[in-house]
Unconditional design. Structure first.
Length: 139
């Protein structure tokens, strides 16, 4: 069995940002040489998420608005976590809702998706360098 690991790095310019990383993950599978197996993709930061859904811009805007209603950034005083001097209590909660990672089957060297599925990196406390781990195992 083969194993391949790669980190994808991002510099986000906004506090909240959604990035389609499907092409980068597929390129990593091709680098690995794995034809049949599994691909794990996970955010390596506790204020970011990796999820699978459609890449349609309206849906991404809906996610952002919905998450901001569930855990609004302000007022910052709403979050006990922010008593430590941080201002990202909301980002931790948003990550919990959206999840840490996804696992996708690899078939014939390709991500084995259903219709419209794409892998996204969601950043909830951005404006600095962040990373995603891609781990591929298989034959």
């Amino acid at each position: 069995m083969k194993s391949h690991r790669k980190e994808l790095w991002f510099n986000t310019t906004k506090r909240r940002e959604y990035i389609n990383i499907t092409a980068e993950v597929q390129a990593t599978i091709e680098e690995s040489g794995v034809q049949e197996g599994l691909c794990l993709v996970n955010a390596m930061h506790i204020t970011a998420s990796v999820y699978i859904n459609d890449a349609e811009s309206g849906l991404i805007e809906d996610y952002d608005a919905w998450l901001e209603k569930l855990a609004p950034h302000e007022p910052i005083s709403h979050y006990r976590h922010n008593r430590t001097g941080e201002d990202n209590g909301d980002a931790h909660l948003k990550r919990q809702v959206m999840g840490r990672e996804v696992v996708v089957a690899v078939t014939n060297g390709q991500l084995d998706f259903g219709p419209w599925e794409q892998i996204h990196y969601a950043e909830f406390d951005g404006r600095r360098r962040k990373r995603v781990l891609v781990k591929i195992i298989g034959e």
